[in-house]
Design a protein around this ligand. Structure first.
Ligand code: ADP
Ligand code: MG
Length: 313
């Protein structure tokens, strides 16, 4: 943290050595803390806290609304992963991925704040539980998520945390993938990433090989997409949620390490999440294909896009 603060100070006092071409004051990706007016909290996950701000350098209430994400401090250290998350989002540009706007580095002890576009309707999870979405709209959102994911894969990234809570809603016709906190780069020639660190893992969204061998791949993102599709079709109803449903299937509603072992057993017995109430048969088939035990048998995002396109006709 001190290193980062020193670096920021050095960059501010020596603009000629700072990585951006423009002077800090004219660089649109530099957000000054004094102009960030807090409006309200937008949400938090396991790692971050997101706040709505008006960025108002003119100080007349005309500034734009932006979302700022900071990491929840654990022990005063900025994990290296946080700077990676910012770098990854900065490198992505697609209509179904939340847009990076810049950073605010003047937070003192709080590290660096990521500034992104504000999506007024919040997470898909919150949106779905408030509105009565018809099936065609569910499928349109599902297809848009696939489009964002297909783009992410062309950049050789695996998301590793695809879930309704990490999809954001711009309006009734547009969703974007947000939260790249667990995203990893897969070097050319490799086809999976083995994860060592183990904090709070979204195990009910994980493919079987992730649970068994910590092997994350483009195909394991497809599995998580299947779970996300399930969430969309159950409209994120709490009683139908993946954790609740999987725990119902287990003999004893275990916690902690036990759950993962039980979950593996259950998936090995070919048990899967149930078919959502008004889910069309073809869509159920897609979900099941996403949950094929053998990763190579799962569809690609490209083929899913075509399937959704066809079903929606
Ligand atoms: P974490 O890494 O802790 O999971 P997220 O990036 O998923 O944090 O953000 C947590 C929550 O904040 C989201 O589920 C969503 O409700 C809200 N949120 C995040 N980014 C935005 C945004 N750009 N616009 C509106 N709401 C957002
Ligand atoms: Mg999240």
């Amino acid at each position: 943290r001190t290193v980062l603060r020193e670096l920021t100070e050095i960059m501010i006092t020596n603009p000629d050595i700072s990585p951006s071409e423009a002077l800090p004051d004219t660089d649109p990706s530099v957000f000054h803390k004094r102009y960030l007016k807090k409006m309200r909290d937008l949400g938090e996950g396991n790692f971050g806290m997101v706040t709505l701000y008006q960025y108002d350098p003119a100080n007349d209430g005309t500034g734009e609304l932006v979302a700022g994400k900071v990491l929840k401090q654990e022990n005063g250290l900025i994990p290296e992963g946080w700077m990676k998350e910012i770098e990854i989002l900065r490198s992505l540009y697609h209509s179904n991925i939340v847009k990076y706007k810049g950073c605010c580095t003047e937070l003192g002890g709080q590290g660096v704040q990521l500034i992104m576009e504000y999506l007024p309707l919040g997470s898909l999870r919150d949106y779905l539980s408030k509105r009565k979405l018809v099936v065609p709209q569910c499928l349109m959102f599902a297809q848009q998520i696939c489009q964002g994911m297909e783009y992410l894969q062309t950049k050789r990234y695996i998301h590793r945390d695809l879930a309704a809570r990490n999809v954001l809603v711009e309006n009734d016709n547009l969703v974007k993938i947000g939260d790249f906190g667990l995203t990893k780069y897969i070097p050319e020639g490799d086809n999976y990433y083995r994860v060592r660190e183990d904090g709070v893992s979204p195990v009910y969204w994980y493919a079987i090989e992730c649970l068994k061998e910590s092997k994350f791949s483009f195909s394991s993102d497809i599995w998580s997409f299947g779970v996300t599709l399930y969430e969309i079709l159950t409209r994120c109803e709490t009683r139908q949620s993946p954790p609740v449903k999987f725990n119902d299937m287990m003999e004893k509603g275990g916690t902690g390490q036990m759950t993962v072992i039980e979950l593996i057993k259950l998936l090995d017995r070919q048990l899967r999440l149930p078919c959502p109430k008004d889910c069309p048969h073809e869509v159920r088939m897609l979900m099941e294909q996403c949950w094929a035990a053998e990763p190579t048998q799962r569809p690609s995002f490209g083929s899913l896009i075509e399937k959704f396109e066809a079903i929606r006709q």
